[in-house]
Design a protein. Structure first.
Length: 696
């Protein structure tokens, strides 16, 4: 069983780090303890971009020094002294020491900067064999013919096999989609007999585009304006501005980096104005050269009105353009869009299950947080649905939309003024794509009259007039919920800026509950360090009756099962078993009896205290022989006060990720966000809503 995989390539810029990121995503979902290792780093391991990326994204306890073998200068010296065996031994010693604490290791091979390609590729093969790693080769088709790409794979894999290496899979990266069929045919014909599978990943231009931050570092430039998020913008091209403003503006390209002398205030102001035009050629930023500075009044105007990122460098314009053109785009901890794109490409074009089988990853029923989040994305992709997001101007929503489209999770609808939404998107450095994302303004939409008439017909018995109905359909939450009712969207996610009441009130009014369901309730999906638990109800019903508690438990169990969590239900109280009596505990006892009668298919325990529900040792003392106590996955709280406080205490004290509240019982899904939600929270909630919509 391979307990490690070595990513080897035969040249620079093959996208090896992108593949390493995808393999790490797969590994951490399947193994408990995963480590990452680099046999050769450029200099200080703390500055190695791959190590920094993996440490920022995954729970790796090892230090940067433990995750690196030797420096490039040390490797060169030992090879020059004909001491290759000593080099490999030192790398092997570092790796084996780190591997002792891991279930699986991902090793990213050397980067082809400084040695002849043939020597370095053979060195990678020797290192991999002596580390005991299975090998996954990574090749690039960029700028190559079909024949050249296949020949590169054949020579590379044969070389590894000749040196005793085991190639378990081959990745051909950066292909043209139009060449895929020809590449696969040529690969099959060129390799006689059994061979490792070939996975092909298409070229993604974004991954070749440097960010403003990378250009700032590469130029050694100082920042004159622009907030932190704007420096994560990608630069599509460089434009040197030397002409007058009118002619320059006709040539300005969207997301370009404008390089101009620092005394050209006219160019700088023209770029600032262009950045305010959401539908125009908004530049990514400006580099002012030669150490020249615009007047302070111009700097203040640009900074306060446009937020345009502006850098200043001491070198002249030609030198700045030359250096900027040579800066390599990297996937690092400061490039979230590249990370999302890389993982999205990997998951869409690599057979994850097949690759996991080749790693012989364990098939476990335990749902870890990372496996859970991965399963959300994968399941949401299976059947395309449209999710409406009413808070179209909110920066976190727009960043989530960008991530969702890069991961290809769902089609999305944003509500609001299109110009305002695109301007807000531009300000946070994202672009609204032309496909997969629709912007609808409730004020001008031709759907509004139909929605008004429908709402009036549904609510006139409650005293709603036609004028009130018109006003309601100007509210984005009402408009978005009506889209869900009409089937124009599969579900809605809101609450980043709106209150819970504003989000769910329209759903209560005209989405209504499913047949046989008496009340709408909610759960939080609590992602702890090693488990995902379901908490309900923590957001909707203040003081549920015994009947309502039983229904909350039944619906929460169904929600758990829907998301791959085996439901084992704990009906919580301050007393366990028959040890206590009183109005509150008796209500829980009654609810437990109702639930067992109505849902004999469920594993249920109650009343039970939280410690007995989750801790096997406590359960053995208080409820020996229970099938639920000590291993519960669904926790039903006796009232909203207890549930809401408990989920927040666990979230803050245990560092848990709380996804929700996820509403249950509605005919069609509408879910609420916390106003303090992160971009990741929004992505997860949209995926959950898409999965619910698939089943509704």
């Amino acid at each position: 069983m391979p307990d490690s995989v070595y990513l080897a390539t035969n040249e620079n810029a093959t996208g090896k780090r992108m593949v390493a990121l995808g393999v790490m995503e797969l590994a951490v979902r399947r193994f408990d303890r995963v480590i990452f290792f680099r046999p050769v780093v450029h200099a200080d391991p703390r500055d190695d971009q791959s190590i920094r990326l993996m440490r920022s994204r995954y729970p790796i306890a090892a230090t940067p020094d433990q995750m690196a073998g030797v420096t490039r200068s040390e490797a060169r010296r030992l090879l020059a002294e004909d001491r290759g065996d000593t080099l490999i031994q030192r790398i092997q010693q570092k790796f084996k020491s780190l591997q002792e604490s891991a279930d699986f290791a991902v090793v990213e091979g050397t980067s082809f900067q400084g040695l002849a390609q043939e020597i370095e590729f053979e060195l990678n093969a020797d290192i991999a064999v002596n580390l005991g790693c299975a090998i996954m080769t990574v090749f690039s088709a960029y700028g190559k013919t079909v024949e050249e790409s296949v020949q590169s794979i054949r020579i590379g894999n044969d070389s590894i096999s000749d040196r005793g290496g085991q190639v378990i899979a081959t990745v051909l990266n950066q292909i043209s989609p139009s060449d895929e069929a020809d590449l696969r045919l040529a690969y099959t014909q060129a390799l006689k007999g059994p061979s490792s599978p070939l996975y092909m990943i298409p070229e993604e231009p974004l991954l070749r585009q440097p960010t403003l931050r990378e250009i700032q570092v590469g130029l050694g430039a100082t920042v004159l304006s622009g907030d932190e998020t704007t420096f994560d913008r990608e630069v599509t091209q460089l434009q040197v501005a030397a002409m007058q403003v009118p002619d320059f503006l006709t040539r300005l390209q969207r997301s370009s980096l404008v390089i101009t002398p620092g005394d050209r205030s006219d160019i700088l102001l023209g770029c600032a104005l262009a950045s305010l035009d959401a539908n125009g050629p908004s530049p990514a930023g400006v580099v002012l050269t030669a150490g020249l500075m615009p007047p302070s009044v111009v700097q203040r105007l640009v900074s306060e009105t446009s937020g345009l990122p502006v850098l200043s460098t001491l070198v002249d314009t030609f030198a700045a353009a030359t250096v900027a053109a040579q800066i390599r785009a990297e996937i690092d901890e400061h490039s979230p869009r590249k990370i999302d794109s890389a993982i999205g490409l990997f998951e869409q074009h690599i057979d994850i299950d097949d690759l996991a089988t080749r790693f012989q990853a364990p098939d476990t029923h335990r749902v870890t947080p990372m496996l859970f989040e991965h399963s959300l994305i994968q399941r949401a992709r299976k059947k395309r649905v449209r999710i409406v997001l009413p808070e179209g101007n909110e920066p976190r929503i727009l960043q989530a939309v960008d991530a969702l489209r890069r991961r290809d999770v769902a089609d999305l609808i944003l509500l609001g003024d299109p110009a305002s939404i695109r301007a807000a998107a531009s300000h946070v450095g994202v672009a609204i794509p032309n496909t997969g994302v629709q912007i609808i303004d409730p004020k001008t939409s031709p759907l509004r009259d139909e929605f008004v008439n429908t709402y009036y017909a549904l609510r006139k018995h409650k005293g709603v007039t036609i004028d009130v109905a018109r006003d309601r359909m100007l509210e984005v939450s009402y408009f978005g919920t009506m889209m869900v009712r009409k089937g124009l969207a599969g579900g809605m996610v809101s609450g980043a800026t709106n209150t819970t009441a504003n989000t769910i009130r329209p759903a209560f009014e005209f989405i209504k509950t499913r047949e046989g369901v008496c009340c709408v309730s909610s759960v939080f999906l609590m992602c702890l360090k090693h488990d995902v638990l379901v908490y309900g109800d923590c957001a909707v019903i203040p003081n549920p009756t015994a009947e309502q508690l039983a229904e909350i438990a039944a619906n929460s169990s169904d929600t758990a099962a829907q998301f791959g969590i085996e439901p084992r239900v704990a009906m919580l109280s301050y007393s366990t078993g028959e040890s206590g009596h009183g109005e509150d505990v008796d209500r829980v006892r009654e609810a437990t009896a109702i639930l067992k009668r109505n849902r004999p298919d469920l594993l249920v325990e109650g009343p039970v205290q939280y410690d007995a529900a989750i801790d096997p040792a406590v359960a053995a003392a208080k409820l020996p022989g229970s099938t639920v106590a000590g291993r519960a996955t669904v926790f039903i709280f006796p009232d909203l006060n207890t549930g809401n406080n408990t989920y927040k205490a666990v979230q803050r004290s245990a560092g848990a990720v709380a996804i929700g509240p996820v509403l249950q019982g509605l005919r069609k899904p509408v879910n609420d966000l916390s106003r303090g939600c992160s971009v990741a929270d929004i992505v997860n909630t949209v995926a959950i809503t898409a999965i619910q919509a698939q089943a509704s």
